[in-house]
Design a protein around this ligand. Structure first.
Ligand SMILES: *[C@@H]1O[C@H](CO)[C@@H](O)[C@H](O)[C@H]1NC(C)=O
Ligand SMILES: *[C@@H]1O[C@H](CO)[C@@H](O)[C@H](O)[C@H]1NC(C)=O
Ligand SMILES: *[C@@H]1O[C@H](CO)[C@@H](O)[C@H](O)[C@H]1NC(C)=O
Ligand SMILES: *[C@@H]1O[C@H](CO)[C@@H](O)[C@H](O)[C@H]1NC(C)=O
Ligand SMILES: *[C@@H]1O[C@H](CO)[C@@H](O)[C@H](O)[C@H]1NC(C)=O
Length: 376
């Protein structure tokens, strides 16, 4: 009797201390210091056009924005992934501008890859932004269900912009660790986890081709364009695009990989750290998202850690270093590079401007194609 009593006296104490140990080692998005922070108050590193790769799978296509795939990105610390969806053969695919230029496979396969990563990383919150070219909420919901992602999807408690997003720990405890934004979606009836991007977020300009020309000013949605004060007072979250393109003629631009380690770095014209600090000063808060090409260059994550006051990130896996293009400073021009470019050039010649619209990057050495006698 006495022993039992003693035991029951000690058991809770043992539990309490192991609970404490567990709590003190909990790491959210790579840092214990971020657990108590609101998802909307910290800075998330974003991989622009996450599935569009410049690697051996695309013959190092110059339409690729990243050297490593979404899984590698997330494991290295990226917490926002974006992609464009287009219809191809009655399926929704991730394609860059056009499916003949760069088709990264079905949306379902990509979402399944993210689902697997979330399964394997239970203390991480990931944000997905889909640039939509005509899918309905019901089309998307069918695909999210097939990828078994709907149970992870956070449903907003507010249908308008808000300053009170949950903390990372709350999202982790509820296991609603996927924040999903779509631009654009006319209605999310039946799938309220599909959040309309510009209801909750505003962005600075994105079509920058001169390193000295990055700007912190709001650009989209048009209701807050050029007006930082009204963008901030609308309670939308600041989303900082920071990637550089090069214009190769006929209005066609491609990601500027040669400049990536300056663009994502901490010194030199147009560097990420200076730009992020400028935007932070202009906004009176850190940007919620920073979206970059070739995220491993710079590396961009160092600036995001600085903004988040993270000095000792844990649980990250460095990129494998297997991409030959990423480690060389010269641009390869293998034939695969130009797949789809001819179609795009035909469109341009017939008067269309393929660089107008959503994040449209084609690529290749235009002059040499024209000069090389290819009949357009
Ligand atoms: C992503 O890239 C890594 C490293 O190159 C590779 O091992 C892995 O299989 C890839 N994952 C997917 C889902 O493509
Ligand atoms: C700089 O950006 C502005 C808009 O943000 C654009 O109108 C202008 O053409 C750009 N200038 C250069 C040199 O790229
Ligand atoms: C980092 O520190 C700065 C300066 O103290 C503060 O304004 C900011 O909110 C902090 N950010 C995070 C995510 O803790
Ligand atoms: C950094 O984190 C590691 C592992 O999470 C830990 O062992 C180490 O003590 C930490 N260092 C500092 C200075 O906090
Ligand atoms: C930028 O990248 C090139 C090629 O990858 C490399 O030679 C150069 O040292 C890098 N510069 C910096 C500042 O890291």
């Amino acid at each position: 009797m006495h022993a039992l009593k003693l035991l029951s006296f000690f058991v809770p104490a043992v539990l309490a201390s192991s609970e404490l140990a567990q709590r003190s080692t909990t790491v959210c998005n790579n840092s214990p210091d971020l657990c108590s922070k609101s998802w909307g108050d910290i800075t998330h590193l974003g991989a622009h056009d996450s599935p569009f790769l410049r690697d051996s799978s695309t013959s190092y296509s110059v339409a690729g924005n990243q050297y490593y795939n979404t899984t590698v990105q997330l494991s290295a610390g990226v917490r926002l992934v974006t992609g464009q969806i287009h219809q191809n053969d009655n399926e929704w695919h991730l394609c860059h501008t056009s499916c003949s230029l760069l088709d990264a496979g079905t949306l379902e396969a990509w979402l399944s890859e993210i689902k697997t990563w979330l399964d394997n990383n239970p203390n991480d919150v990931v944000t997905v932004l889909l640039v939509n070219n005509g899918a309905s909420a019901s089309d998307l919901n069918t695909i999210f269900e097939a990828a078994k992602l709907t149970s992870y999807a956070y449903k907003p408690s507010s249908t308008s912009a808000t300053t009170s997003w949950p903390t990372l720990q709350e999202l982790i405890s509820d296991n609603t660790r996927l924040m999903t934004f779509v631009a654009s979606l006319s209605s999310n009836t039946g799938a309220t986890y599909l959040m309309d991007e510009f209801t909750y977020i505003w962005e600075n300009p994105y079509e920058v081709t001169t390193a000295s020309n990055f700007s912190c000013k709001p650009d989209r949605p048009s209701s807050v364009q050029g007006d930082t004060a009204s963008a901030l007072s609308s309670n939308r979250l600041p989303f900082m695009n920071h990637f550089l393109d090069q214009d190769i003629g006929l209005g066609i631009v491609e990601p500027n990989s040669d400049a990536a380690n300056t663009t994502n770095g901490q010194s030199g014209t147009g560097n990420l750290l200076t730009a992020a600090n400028e935007c932070k000063d202009a906004y009176g808060r850190q940007p919620a998202f920073i979206l970059v090409d070739f995220f491993d260059k710079g590396p961009a994550i160092d600036t995001v850690d600085k903004l988040n006051n993270v000095t000792n990130a844990s649980g990250r896996t460095p990129v494998p270093g297997t991409n030959t293009e990423a480690s060389s400073s010269s641009t390869t021009t293998s034939s695969g590079t130009y797949v789809g470019l001819i179609d795009l050039a035909k469109e341009a010649k017939s008067g269309a401007n393929p660089s107008t619209g959503n994040w449209i990057w084609a690529g290749g050495n235009w002059e040499s194609i024209l000069g090389g006698g290819i009949d357009l």
